[in-house]
Design a protein around this ligand. Structure first.
Ligand code: GLN
Ligand code: ZN
Length: 762
């Protein structure tokens, strides 16, 4: 009989209960006991919600991050956090957030300590705390968290399966700050894992899930052998092991996974359907094969009939050995579609959030056990919903398809090369050397947010809201003139979020009310739902930008979000390739660029904050992604005349491996985040001979610290050693929306003064 299980459940809560409990604790409004009570309540609720699956995950719940949890379980904290004499919970949050919480005097809570670094979990938008390794370090087991959660689940009558991050994935996720070889730590690490497995088995865990998504990536030399060595040790412990891979196909690692001496393996059969047969053929006859048949990364209804078509023969062949699960942890999807009262019924019928995905799983298992006839009505309803989606004119707009068919590479080609455009633009813009600008947003003050929420609640009219935003824009323009900035922005007061704002005004997008997904810690995002062909019924930003330009003689930048970022920060449709969806976005937004140009905006910035985030897991596929991503950017930007200057902005600091693609975007100016890297990242731009203009961020907007003029001058001089001074701009790292005017004003004053000093020294 086919068994079902789940790899992980969203921990944040259907109403983000965990977020609010955490923030209350951090702000000193609640106690550790209250936080722990809320956490236990959520776990109980989540296990109850999973009651229909045969094995529920335990230890997937985390107060902050599952990788950080694993570090605590392995007794492995960065040195600077060791020897903390306060409560362990506070040390946990110190690693996560860089200081103790709550901020009470006593046990060393005062002193600043740098948080663990944070980075993206594989190709998802979830961020984990990076383990820090050094040569010769030791590990020691602390199983308390897992044992407590296991006991809770057992007390609630659940069949519990503890979830661990596997030793190789754990090592690969971390960084050796001293440059030492991480694999040298494998042997001491394995001793702790072995002890942990025995401990869990002794407490009644029959199965343990060990996550090794690293196996869906290209392994560095030595790592494949390390897998064999590691599982030769772990496979002999008392607990039965299910090694889980997900997020992509195994490819060259398939034989490796198949040969590991463990009791079961999990394959992401959504992303690697064609590996089911070869894995089955390679797997020894006594192994469990768990197939991830429900997509854990998107929000669409599963095609249950189509799944059964290929699954039934597999089930007949495997019998008891087949397990069914979602493709990966459900951490990456919102909790419950039933809460969504504002989505129309048709659209809702096409969607499934975590709870609905578990229903689908149960249905598939039942169809396998009892035959499709037993769930005939459900299967028919599923088929009807999918047929409705396939045929819906809301999804398919022939005009969009026709426009897309007419797209060719020439649309992405500016009339002249950058050097020539730069001369034309210089003559038009008359900017000094080291021109100063900002990335777009200015502080989103309480008044701005209040005005928007009152407008959305229907408490003020559209006209009144419009007026309020126009006043904000005027204030922002005036402030920039007073500061003496060279290229101004309107300040983005009218925008809630750089993706949602545009999505709201494009046809083909919808928005959930509670579709929150954890990004890191208590931070959640609510990705818009891109469900249909994209079109732009009317101009989006033109009136605001025209208003802003009318208020000043100085050049104003029109501010847009690029197609790749729109794509990567949304839940996008699964019925066509991402590249096509991206091209639709680019084509629609190209009209906005052309309208801004017609409205007289001499500069247009296209933000591509998330371009890097879309990189595929495997390097072999980077080229393909970058090709179409760059083509989409160029499609959006390429229609303007030479005299219109195109800027782009990216908020991260790793470019060396994608510089050819960045150069191929051919933006006249790129502004990037550099202040924390001391301009070292410009080395890559220098050795690549990046030809266009660059604005390397001169101060970190994530910190309330106000930079000094001297610091900015030093940074810019470092930049000028790497990029010719005549191609440099002076700007902050990113937008200023999260800061206060009291911070922004002095920071920009110093930035402008620094630029003047640099000009004088030229
Ligand atoms: N223009 C946007 C802003 O300033 C860019 C934000 C971003 O890149 N994350 O807020
Ligand atoms: Zn940014």
């Amino acid at each position: 009989m086919t068994r079902t299980h789940n790899l992980g459940f969203p921990r944040i809560g259907a109403r983000r209960e965990l977020k609010f409990a955490l923030e209350a604790y951090w702000q000193g409004r609640s106690s550790a006991a209250e936080l722990n009570t809320q956490a236990a309540l959520l776990r109980e609720r989540h296990w109850a919600a999973q009651a229909a699956v045969d094995l529920v995950p335990v230890g997937d719940f985390s107060l902050y991050d599952q990788v950080l949890d694993m570090s605590f379980t392995l007794g492995h904290l960065p040195q600077r956090f060791q020897g903390f004499d306060g409560p362990e919970l506070d040390n946990y949050f110190r690693v996560a957030r860089g200081r103790s919480a709550p901020q009470v005097a006593g046990h060393g809570a005062c002193c600043g300590v740098a948080a663990g670094e944070m980075t993206k979990w594989f190709d998802s938008n979830y961020h984990y705390i990076v383990p820090e390794f050094r040569a010769g370090q030791t590990f020691h087991l602390d199983a308390s968290r897992l044992l407590q959660q296991l006991a809770e689940a057992q007390a609630q009558g659940r069949h519990a399966k503890p979830v661990l991050i596997g030793p190789l994935t754990y090592l690969a996720l971390g960084k050796a700050k001293d440059g030492s070889e991480r694999l040298d730590l494998l042997s001491p690490l394995l001793a702790v894992y072995a002890e942990l497995l025995d401990t869990l088995a002794a407490h009644g865990a029959r199965w343990v899930q060990i996550d090794e998504p690293l196996l869906a990536t290209e392994l560095d030399p030595g790592w494949a052998q390390a897998y064999r060595d590691a599982y030769a040790v772990l496979g002999t412990r008392r607990a039965q092991l299910l090694v889980a891979t997900y997020f992509g196909p195994l490819r060259e690692n398939l034989p490796l996974l198949a040969e590991l001496p463990v009791q079961g393996v999990h394959l992401d059969a959504v992303n690697a359907r064609d590996e089911v047969a070869p894995l089955l053929a390679a797997l020894p006859g006594d192994r469990v094969l768990s197939l991830g048949v429900i997509n854990g990364r998107n929000i669409w209804l599963t095609d249950l009939n189509a799944t059964l078509d290929w699954l039934e023969p597999v089930a007949r062949q495997l019998g008891e050995r087949l397990w069914l699960a979602p493709s990966c942890s459900l951490l990456h999807v919102p909790v419950d579609l039933a809460q969504e009262q504002q989505l129309d019924a048709e659209l809702r019928s096409w969607l499934a959030f975590a709870l609905q995905k578990l229903d689908e799983l149960a249905l598939l298992a039942r169809a396998l056990r009892e035959g499709r006839a037993a769930v005939q009505a459900e299967l028919a309803a599923n088929a009807a919903a999918l047929a409705g989606r396939r045929a819906s004119p809301r999804v398919h707009n022939p005009a969009v398809a026709q426009a897309l068919a007419r797209v060719d590479a020439r649309l992405g080609q500016r009339p002249s090369p950058h050097a020539q455009r730069a001369a034309t633009q210089a003559a038009r813009l008359q900017l000094p050397a080291f021109p100063t600008t900002t990335i777009g947003s200015f502080p989103q003050t309480a008044e701005i947010r209040q005005a928007r929420s009152r407008f959305k609640a229907g408490e003020v009219t559209a006209a009144a809201y419009d007026d309020a935003m126009r006043r904000e824009i005027a204030h922002c323009v005036k402030a920039q003139e007073t500061l003496g900035l060279d290229v101004l922005v309107h300040g983005e007061a009218e925008r809630n979020d750089m993706v949602e704002y545009f999505g709201e005004q494009l046809v083909g997008y919808a928005f959930s009310q509670f579709g929150w997904v954890q990004s890191y810690g208590s931070r959640c995002v609510k990705p818009p739902l891109l469900f249909g062909d994209i079109s732009r019924p009317r101009p989006i930003t033109v009136a605001w930008s025209r208003h802003a330009q009318s208020l000043t003689e100085r050049p104003m930048k029109g501010m847009l979000t690029g197609p790749v970022t729109m794509l990567n920060w949304s839940f996008v449709r699964d019925d066509q390739p991402r590249a096509i969806t991206c091209r639709q976005l680019a084509l629609a937004l190209r009209e906005e660029v052309l309208d801004l140009e017609r409205a007289g905006l001499p500069i247009i910035q296209i933000d591509e904050a998330a371009l890097r985030e879309g990189l595929p897991l495997r390097r072999a596929q980077w080229g393909d992604y970058l090709d179409w991503a760059v083509a989409c950017f160029r499609l959006m930007a390429g229609g303007v005349a030479d005299a219109t200057q195109i800027h782009t902005h990216m908020c991260y600091s790793e470019f060396s491996d994608i510089l050819p693609a960045i150069a191929a975007m051919d933006a006249d100016v790129i502004t990037i985040e550099t202040s924390r890297s001391d301009m070292a990242l410009l080395d890559a731009f220098r050795s690549f001979r990046y030809p266009n203009q660059i604005g390397p961020g001169v101060y970190d907007i994530h910190s309330p610290n106000i930079p000094s003029q001297a610091d900015i001058v030093t940074l810019m001089k470092r930049a000028a050693e790497r990029v010719p001074a005549e191609r440099l701009w002076v700007n902050p790292d990113c937008g200023l929306k999260t800061r206060q005017w009291a911070e922004v004003t002095p920071a920009l004053q110093r930035m402008v003064a620094a630029a003047r000093q640099l000009r004088a020294e030229l």
